[in-house]
Design a protein. Structure first.
Length: 134
């Protein structure tokens, strides 16, 4: 990851919401939970991309599911348009509302590809899944 990619992620996390995130009734950004003064801000989400190895692209209908931990059973489909249009540097899936500092097991899958499991802790660091053709 180079400096340009890091800058993209910084801009992304501060300016763009995710199509799969809940929004306020006015249709704006996801609700913000205030942090008490003096307490550190902690990540409550996991976000990233799902790619196909050797094809350097986003497999259609890729999904990420929480298979163990808080929100087990929650599944989100990657935003294929964002992934294809923007390439690697933009987030195409997000799972929010997770307890901070609590590990979750995620499974990325797509038709025609072997699934991949990964244990992560919400950190704000984008997660990358690379799926292999079956």
């Amino acid at each position: 990851m180079n400096l340009r990619d890091i800058a993209r992620y910084a801009v992304l996390f501060t300016t763009i919401g995710c199509a799969n995130s809940p929004t306020d009734p006015a249709g704006g950004r996801p609700p913000v939970t205030p942090v008490a003064p003096g307490q550190p801000s902690v990540a409550r989400h996991v976000a990233g991309n799902v790619y196909a190895e050797r094809e350097n692209n986003c497999p259609p209908d890729a999904a990420v599911e929480v298979v163990d931990g808080p929100k087990a059973g929650f599944r989100v489909v990657q935003d294929h348009k964002v992934c294809v249009a923007e390439g690697n540097g933009w987030i195409s899936f997000m799972i929010d509302g997770l307890p901070p500092q609590t590990p979750v097991t995620l499974r990325a899958s797509a038709p025609g590809y072997a699934s991949q499991d990964k244990v992560v802790v919400p950190s704000g660091v984008p997660q990358l899944f690379v799926l292999l053709k079956q």
